[in-house]
Design a protein around this ligand. Sequence first.
Ligand code: SF4
Length: 694
Amino acid sequence: VIDIGTPEHSVVTTCAYCGVGCAFKAEMRGEEVVRMLPYKDGKANRGHSCVKGRFAWGYASHKDRITKPMIREKVTDPWQECSWEEAIEFAANKFKGIQEKYGKGAVGGITSSRCTNEETYLVQKLVRAAFGNNNVDTCARVCHSPTGYGLKTTFGTSAGTQDFDSVEYTDVIMVIGANPTDGHPVFGSRMKKRLRDGAKLIVADPRKIDLVESPHVKADHHLQLTPGTNVALLTSMAHVVVTEGLVNESFVRERCDWDDFQEWASFVAEDRNSPENMEQYTGVPAETLRGAARLYATGGNAAIYYGLGVTEHSQGSTTVMAIANLAMATGNIGREGVGVNPLRGQNNVQGSCDMGSFPHELPGYRHVSNDQVRELFEELWGRPVDNEPGLRIPNMMDAAVEGTFKGLYVQGEDILQSDPDTKHMVAGLSSLECLIVQDLFLIETANYAHVFLPGSTFLEKNGTFTNAERRIQPVRKVIAPKNGYEDWEITQLLANALGYPMNYSHPSEIMDEIAALTPTFEGVSFDKLDKEGSIQWPCNEMAPEGTPVMHVDEFVRGKGKFVITEYVPTDEKSGPRFPLLLTTGRILSQYNVGAQTRRTANSEWHEEDVLEIHPHDAEQRGIRDLDWVKLQSRSGGTTLRAKISERMAPGVVYTTFHHPKTQANVVTTDFSDWATNCPEYKVTAVQVMPSNGP
Ligand code: SF4
């Protein structure tokens, strides 16, 4: 027990780590935070928290924190500290020069799901109104962009259908490609409680995650599929539903497009989609799969929870649509206890997507080609908005290598460490004439930057985050920004220096603008958030109190749309040179690339990434527990320690991606989702060999 003395005052704010969105009371003495206590009235966490939110906030005052702006002409020059005025002028002049020389499309911006809604909104406004193009993207590109595509196509909007409370009314929980115990711990505990109270559990995962068998929870079916075969697995589950007469026909007739359904039903009923035929791809015994499908369709209220093991595949968007098909066919949508629930990785993935940070969509998921929507924005912003989608992150890097893209503003995201195909990313970043990085630390991407603008932590800003259940929650300034500015203010400085005036005096004014332009946010304001604590969008005239469960009477798109989900094997194949398949994931104590958690005491719990390998594969290679091994793919190699584990099936290995010295993405491929370019992080053919160490 640490004696912290008596706190003098406290501020309620929201955790900046995962998509659960736990509310915390930051207890203070003077200007110093002495303790973070989970807030008992937090609607997403009800007084609970995990080790990240509770303890891993000390990075805010870590010695590595950069608090002064820096500039340099060439990336080989040493950094020069300068004033904010100098840095902003330097950056703006570079961007103006690039646009004069190469055209207005030669620059772009990337925002982050770690930032607030207001900051993200402002970055896309900067790009669209001040840069004059749609070259804006977000780190959701590499995680949940297929959720955006898949749920918008089938249901009409890109959002989880339920609130977290809904799990208490669920009879069958299906978890696919997610590990809530490590990735979403507070919600994971809630899920486990429901399982202890009697709900049934289906887990589809190549790894025996904690939920498959832990002291008080055991999965009724573990579908231990081969990485890359989600679509085969879900389509064969649908085959069982259709061919065994388990379709909820009254729901489908009333709520879905009947013609689409019939076409889809004929497709899934084909023999080639049977569990027996799909077994050759999935590796899941047909009888196990049939049992799981029957349980999902007939076990009462059934809810699907999924994560990046669904989206980060060449068929990520198809997998999301296959999940939606299954939920609609069995009538598991539109009431408590059922639904389709993407477990968002970062704190504000939902929000960053809502705020129009994709190159094809304005805030509220409205396509840039929609004249009426564009006019709304043009009128308020006073600038024309391009009607053509802009460049996605991978396209920006391609264009940089080709020499047509020259300037990039990156707020709060280490794209070099988190994006795939590191070599290509290095080639792209080093071709830029001006890279502006706005971050807390000199992250890996900053090695290629010309301007470093020090950012602010979640403790130093006002704004909102939106969690995985569409819950908009206040982020409140607890201490003054150590760098002098909140992140939205820095974007505003840049806009003004570029000749596009922005004059907000508080993020509440940005939210008012969002509400004026976005029908699903119409009823949201900081005053209302202060009063209510949180609001789940849509919040408007039709739903003034917000919306815990979506698609109750009809889908956002009207009739639910069934989509044919043909299984197409990934081009990434194992073979004699690379006989194993690598898949990746997270661990409880660390967060993403670890820029924050590695700078707290949490780093002691997980000092390095390790490679989990099945005892049979290890023995064949003469590898013992904790030996150094070389992990090699067609793209590249890295060295790390081996952990012999029966959690893996033979032929499959697993690692986390929290440490830059491992650089797991040196190994991953450049294959990506056909619809959204979300990288295929979850399947890489590799070889593993003993090594003497790095
Ligand atoms: Fe809650 Fe997630 Fe933060 Fe843990 S990391 S405290 S589960 S929001």
